[in-house]
Design a protein around this ligand. Sequence first.
Ligand SMILES: [Zn+2]
Ligand SMILES: [Zn+2]
Ligand SMILES: [Zn+2]
Length: 328
Amino acid sequence: MRLYACPACGARLYFRNSACGACGVRVVYSDARDAFVANADSCSNREDIGCNWADEDVVEHLCRSCQMTDVIPDLSVEPNAALWAEGETAKRWVLATLSRWGWFGAEDPGPLPVFHFKSERTHAGPERVMMGHAAGVITLNVAEADDAIRVRNREMLDEEYRTMLGHLRHELAHFIFDRLAAEPGFSEAFRALFGDERTDYGEALRRHYSEGPRAEWSGRFITPYASAHPHEDWAETVAHLMHLTDIVDAATAVELAWPTTDGVPADAYETTDSDALIHAAVDLGLALNQVNRAMGLADLYPFVLTEAVRDKLAFSHFWLNRRARLQS
Ligand SMILES: [Zn+2]
Ligand SMILES: [Zn+2]
Ligand SMILES: [Zn+2]
C-alpha cells in the first residue's frame, strides 16, 4: 500500500484517513484517481462504517467498494456494525491494491465480485455462516473481525496466520480464477503446475478435514490447506502473492532499507520480474519477523517458500498482473 498526500496542505495521509491530521481538512479517497481529494462527496456509508471513499454512484451514493456489497449483517444486533466496518476496511485495502494490477477498478470491463457480509448473531438467534466463494459471490463471516474469535479459529485449525485481509485475498483469488479460466491458455498452464481442478472438490475437502493435510505438503504447498485441492492451492498461493507484493510496496512507500537485496523493483505492482519481487519480500519478511519479536508479537511472515511454491507464485504473478499482461 502506498502513502498519500493531503490535497490541501501536502502532509502525509494514510489509506485509512478521513481527515488530514495536519490541517484538519476532510478528505475522501478517489479510487479512480488513486488519490485523496478534498471537498468531494463521500460514500453514504461514511457515517455508519467509516468508509472514506468517494461517492461513485448517482443512485445510492455509495463508493465503488460499498457497491460490491449486497448483503450486510443485522446492524441492530451488537457488535455487528463494528465487525462489518472492520470487514469493509480490509476489503477497501484489498480492492485498492488489486486495482493497481488492473482488477476491479474503473477501467476493468469484466464482472465484479459480489460480497455478502454475514453475522452468526441475528435477531432470530445464532446462524451458521460458511465463508467461501461460489458463482461470483464471496461470503464472509464478520465474526472473523473479532480478534478473540479469529484467534480461537486459527488455533482450532492449526494455522500460522489468519486475518480479515487474508480471508478477502483468498476468496478474491477464487473469483479471479473464474475470470482467468475464460482466458486462452490459462487452464492448460494452470493444470500443468497446480493439478487438475476438475477433480472432486467436496471429496477433497472432506478428506482434508478428516485425515489432515498430505504428509509431504511442506515441500510443494505454501500452507497445509493448499494441499487439499488445486482450487485451494491457487487461492492460498495467490493470497500470498498479494501479501508479498504489498509488503514490498509498503516498505518502498516508507523507504525501508533492504537488508541484503539489490535491484528491488521500483514499483511492486508494476514490475513483471516475479523472482525479484518474491526475493525482496522474503528478505524483508525475515528481517521484520525479528522486529516483531522485539515487541513480543508473532512473526510478520511465518512461511517458508520452497522452489515449488516460488514457481507457483511466479505463475500467479504473471496472471494476476493483468495490466502488464494485457499490454504485452
Ligand atoms: Zn492537510
Ligand atoms: Zn463506501
Ligand atoms: Zn478457498
